[in-house]
Design a protein around this ligand. Structure first.
Ligand SMILES: [Zn+2]
Length: 426
């Protein structure tokens, strides 16, 4: 049987030659060394050496509180101010408003080659379950373009906001995929973590926690999380976002904790846009960068990935829902500039993220779903450093977005320059 789609002559850092890939009924059915002129008819895309990657995974994002800048009264300069400002705005949230802002992010993400996304939706007595209802509807509406995982997230704490535990339970009964938690809201950390680990155990769901978002080296909830991950047998099913206080610890102490994180199979999600923006504010000179120690975690064998976290709100007044924007920011601020580092950055937005989000049938391999992105660049460095246009994005073999970027020069040498550079469009 003829494949539905063949992408031929692409490059990828994991293959030493140009490759061809065939797609049938939404899955990759062959992957072989490039054979020029060996296919005819059907739907053939000529990559001409451009880079093909598995669809990007947005591992950590808040759709429900994206695009709030125009509603803010004052700029938020600290984590506490960002939380207070968002809480104030949250009191005015409506289903329609959440939907409009979420759709804007989802459309941007799809255009940027995102085929999977994990969003944290706020669950508490202030918004009740309206955010969840919107996310469940969007999950179904966009399923042909993007797989949405929903984290039931108690942003305001569980003990501080009575009724939240019951709402989390209801959210999990009604389709939330992941149990969320936060270590810097409730006064009793042990109690908060016991509640969320118990919920994860009861509903057989993974855990995704906001952890130690500070540059105070005393804030080490991660130690309790490591212990509980072993006690509940949840190795490989726990993710932690931020984990920035670890970056303020002396090297030897941090190294030991990084080793324990790796041993517990805990995935670390670095959120550089937010972490760089809000941490280090209390340092009156030589401010800390406020990132989790990415290289040390990787060295010790932990899985580290990254996420956008917020798009244009009090926590992060930036963002375009492009994983390559965040990847480049991380490369620039975590000392990741080598050839191997750029491969690691790309893995963090693809295969490493799939491992953290427990996504099966993923990747550039036979049998996986054909969630793919063809980047308009000829090597991985250009993909990341130039945030190359995503020429084509496929979800299960179906084209869901395409982007062409073209500049026309009118200066004196324009004609000559254009002939030398050649057209980048396909
Ligand atoms: Zn977050």
């Amino acid at each position: 049987m003829e494949p539905d789609l063949i992408i031929q002559g692409f490059s990828n850092p994991h293959f030493s030659t140009f490759m061809d890939v065939g797609i049938q009924a939404g899955r990759i059915v062959f992957l072989s060394e490039h054979q020029p002129d060996s296919y005819s008819g059907g739907n053939i895309i000529e990559a001409h050496g451009r880079v093909l990657l598995p669809g990007f995974i947005e591992s950590h994002i808040h759709l429900d509180k994206a695009f709030l800048l125009n509603q803010m009264k004052d700029e938020a300069l600290t984590i506490q101010q960002a939380m207070a400002s968002t809480l104030e705005l949250k009191r005015t949230f409506t289903k329609e408003g959440i939907e409009t802002r979420s759709v804007q992010v989802i459309q941007q993400a799809i255009a940027h080659g995102v085929t999977h996304m994990r969003c944290h939706v706020e669950i508490d007595p202030i918004v009740n379950l309206i955010g969840l209802e919107v996310m469940l509807e969007l999950k179904e509406r966009y399923q042909d373009a993007l797989t949405l995982q929903i984290v039931a997230f108690p942003q305001e704490g569980i003990i501080k906001q009575p009724g939240t535990e019951e709402l989390l339970r209801t959210a999990l009964q009604h389709g939330a995929d992941v149990v969320g938690g936060i270590t810097y809201q409730d006064p009793d950390l042990e109690q908060h973590l016991s509640i969320v680990f118990n919920l994860a155990h009861t509903f057989n769901k993974p855990l995704d926690l906001h952890v130690d978002f500070s540059d105070d080296p005393q804030m080490l909830a991660i130690l309790t999380i490591i212990r509980m991950t072993h006690e509940y047998g949840m190795q490989g099913r726990v993710s932690v976002g931020h984990l920035t206080s670890l970056g303020s610890l002396p090297y030897e102490q941090a190294k030991e904790i990084c080793r324990s994180i790796a041993d517990a199979g805990i995935h670390v999600m670095c959120l550089p846009a937010t972490d760089l923006y809000l941490n280090g504010r209390g340092d009156d000179h030589r401010p800390r960068r406020g990132l989790t120690p990415v290289s040390l975690l990787l060295e010790q064998g932990a899985n580290v990935i990254f996420g956008s976290n917020n798009i244009q709100n009090p926590f992060t007044p930036f963002g375009t829902a492009d994983p390559l924007d965040t990847g480049l920011l991380l490369a620039q601020t975590a000392y990741m500039g080598s050839k191997q580092d750029v491969i690691t950055i790309a893995q963090m937005a693809t295969t490493r993220a799939a491992q953290a989000l427990l996504i099966d049938d993923y990747g550039l391999k036979v049998g996986a779903y054909a969630d793919l992105v063809l980047c308009d660049a000829f090597d991985l460095r250009s993909v990341v450093y130039e945030r190359a246009p995503r020429r084509y994005v496929w979800k299960k073999g179906k084209l869901v977005a395409s982007t062409v970027k073209q500049t026309t020069f009118y200066h004196e040498n324009a004609a000559l320059d254009e002939r030398k550079a050649g057209s980048r469009c396909i």
